[in-house]
Design a binder for this molecule. Structure first.
Ligand code: S3P
Length: 446
């Protein structure tokens, strides 16, 4: 049966991509900017906020819990916070849509407030594991009842009954997850004493940077083995801020790879966030021979940023070091596309986390790439891909996107270097993180 509400879209062999584009704001930073502004006392101003569905779900939820959040006509967002400890009981369920970040971080906030919130989401989000945040938040005293998911997992819909005062915790992360780390730190904001997260493998540190920027007492100590101890003093008072959100490297990734693989391309992508905990893809693509030049490196809102000039390059397969995985965790789908066009073999390992993203990204990418004629072997924790050596892929298939924006955009890019069109069954999920993806692509093809 076909889904009447789906919007299929086909992508076919492209002329060289040329020109200059500015990508939208960083999704991770945008969520955090709204949440922390909503907890500060006074008015914060945010420019460059990503206006994708995921971030808008966070805005709606923070409003439901008492913050005033308005978008001005010039694109600036103004947020009046309620103060740490001041979140109000939401009247209805909080609809998180497709957004794992909204869900897990907001569960942390609710956990240490004297309120109860029900979290619901779409089919993709409702299949994702929530036990990873339920465990530490329950240890802090929150009472959480979740739905039973597949293979013993706990999923949405779920209800969090917060405890105030909550119990401070020292928590060692069992999975490399910035969302789990952030959920515990955000719960710690309204918890008396010191809440500590011990992070054996570094993940994106936007929460730490921004919490400090808002005036929280947060320290990071790195041990000799690289383990990070992040400590936050609770019952914090956050001071309102003016925030400029840098461009999202995870969105830039699709255009970086598109410019590398479409012959004749030469593209400048402005204002790309290059936080080292996010920039792993650029290192790997350079290792593969990608011509990516960083121009005018600078600081935007406490985050390193540069413009990137990317030119078509002959890529060579590599063994991707699993240690870089957290710094490019959302970029593997598009890296797999680059690998499918490279000369030789690319091997990836240590990617079990990709199976619990918006879709099972190892299985969905393997099946989709095979359908368009790439040589891919799916393993338990990674893919092995033998590339075409720069020749176009056969294409000529319809890909199921599984409500996963990054799957849709990865196959859109694959379509640009395929002999016959690649059709995405439903392009709508792209709007969760990159509403103007198609418009920017069309601009570079002119
Ligand atoms: C995010 C963390 C990552 C990433 C997600 C955004 C964040 O998830 O995949 O898109 O903003 O903290 P995990 O923490 O599950 O790795």
């Amino acid at each position: 049966m076909t889904d009447q509400s789906a919007t299929p879209r086909s992508f076919s062999a492209s002329a060289p991509l040329q020109g200059r584009i500015a990508i939208p704001g960083d999704k991770s930073i945008s969520h955090r900017a709204l949440m922390l502004s909503a907890l500060a006392v006074g008015e914060s101003r945010v420019t460059g906020l990503l206006e994708g569905h995921d971030v808008l779900a966070t805005a709606v939820a923070m409003r439901a819990m008492g913050a005033s959040i308005e978008r001005r006509d010039d694109g600036e967002w103004r947020i009046h916070g309620v103060g740490v400890g001041g979140l109000l009981q939401p009247r209805g369920a909080l609809d998180m849509g497709n957004s794992g970040t909204s869900t897990r971080l907001l569960m942390g906030l609710v956990a240490s407030h004297p309120i109860t919130a029900t979290f619901v989401g779409d089919a993709s989000l409702s299949g994702r594991p929530m036990g990873r945040v339920i465990d530490p938040l329950s240890q802090m005293g929150a009472d959480i009842s979740a739905s039973p998911g597949a293979k013993g997992t706990k999923t949405l819909p779920l209800m969090v009954r917060g405890l105030a005062p909550a119990i401070p915790l020292a928590y060692r992360l069992p999975v490399a997850s910035a969302q789990v780390k952030s959920a515990v730190l955000l719960a710690g904001l309204n918890t008396p004493g010191i809440t500590e997260v011990i992070e054996p493998v570094p993940t994106r540190d936007h929460s730490e940077r921004m919490l400090r920027g808002f005036g929280a007492d947060l320290t990071v100590e790195t041990g000799p083995d690289g383990t990070r101890h992040i400590r936050i003093a609770g019952e914090a008072e956050l001071k309102p801020q003016t925030i400029v959100v840098p461009g999202d490297p995870s969105s830039a990734a699709f255009f970086i790879v598109a410019a590398l693989v479409v012959p004749g391309s030469d593209v400048i992508i402005t204002n790309v966030g290059l936080n080292p905990t996010r920039a792993g893809l650029i290192d790997v693509l350079r290792q593969m021979g990608g011509d990516i030049e960083a121009i005018d490196p600078r600081d935007v809102g406490g985050e390193p940023v540069a413009d990137l000039r990317v030119r078509h390059s002959m890529l060579t397969g590599v063994d991707v070091d699993p240690a870089v995985a957290p710094s490019m965790i959302d970029e593997f789908p598009i890296l797999f596309v680059a690998a499918a066009l490279a000369k030789g073999r690319t091997t990836t390992t240590g990617l079990d986390e990709l199976r619990v993203k918006e879709s099972d990204r190892l299985a969905v990418m393997a099946t989709g790439l095979q359908a368009i004629g790439a040589r891919v072997d799916e393993r338990e924790d990674g893919l092995i891909i033998d590339g075409t050596g720069g020749d176009p892929l056969p294409g000529d298939a319809t890909i199921t996107g599984h409500l996963d924006h990054r799957i849709c955009m990865s196959f859109a890019v694959a379509g640009l270097v395929s002999r016959a069109p690649v059709t995405i069954d439903d392009i709508a999920p792209v709007a969760t993180s990159f509403p103007n993806f198609e418009a920017l692509l069309a601009g570079l093809q002119r």
